[in-house]
Design a binder for this molecule. Sequence first.
Ligand SMILES: CC(=O)N[C@@H](CCC[C@H](N)C(=O)O)C(=O)O
Length: 383
Amino acid sequence: MSDSTINLAQVRRDLHAIPELALHEVQTQQYLKKTIAAFASDFLTIKEVPEVETALLVRLAGSNSEKTIGYRADIDALPIEEETGLPFASKHPGVMHACGHDIHMTVALGILAYFAKNQPKDNLIFIFQPAEESEAGGKRLYEAGALTGDFKPDELYALHDQPAMPAGQIATKKGTLFAGTTEIHLQIVGQGGHAAYPQQAKDALVAAAAFVSQVQTVVSRNVDPIHGGVVTIGSFHAGTIGNVIAGEAKLAGTIRAFTQADLEMMQKRVRAIADGIAVAFGVQMNLELIQGGYYPVENDPKTTAAFMAFMEEDPEVDFAEAQPAMTGEDFGFLLNKFPGTMFWLGVGDPKHSLHDARLNPDEQALNAGVQAMVAYFKQRMAQ
Ligand SMILES: CC(=O)N[C@@H](CCC[C@H](N)C(=O)O)C(=O)O
């Protein structure tokens, strides 16, 4: 059914080779612009957003529109050195599409290519959004007023690839799909000194170690076990050599929960623990907790019921009901503003999780994702 005019695997490989970090997606945006311009459709318009320079919005005017359907793809990559050894591996040292946003962009381009040739009944907008991994690109776009007027979606969709699922399988659920998250950034300032004279120093490394241990109690002692939650400290830097007491430590991490109320309670507990460490160790705790736009991803009941009913019934689609996941997504912010549905697309690499330097998605998922969404949008527009 899809007469996509693009070679999906080639597009994905081109994008995979040029990963860029949040808000620096310059080459990626150029590539997207060039590809979309080649669709040469007279009902297609492209919009750039001065406040979010690397974003790209595309609108296909419907032939007999009653509504505007939005589809969002995130475009940024992660600060990870790729270890796949693939011939089209990242050309950018230390940066990799290890979260599969190359897959997300390619599926979006595939859907766009189809409807650029086959005018949709309703308006379709495509949001190529920077900065999903950090810097809250979705919130930035919304606050810049980019999703207003002709670019205001009545309903909005997005996918995230999932290596643990078979390539091409689609999964989602009603209600909360992903957690809300909050980034932890902590600088601990103590007083360095000679390892032999700890009494003259304020050891930032020991204070940092105590902080890491104590925040483990937030999930084990403060969160209702039935609700679940995560506090992970993923980065810890302190000291230079074994016989010098560290005067400074820098930590980064993430807090996650399925409800905003739990997330805010956990933020308070992390702050309280930091305050306690400051007193106990005589150090300065410069703690920043940044939620940005990473609200829990709450799927809308109506669009999700329609989406699930379609995917369950379409014999071409391998559909499964999803469990909630502790991954975060700034699509949660956009779903707080517009009704819509986020779903997983399986990319069949069960040995490697998202954010693994060896992640190697199965490209068969590309066509399956495009086909399923083209079919769904066609049916949704007929209603
Ligand atoms: C799907 C995925 O992996 N998303 C990221 C989103 C990052 C949120 C934020 N920067 C944080 O770390 O809290 C994730 O790590 O889940």
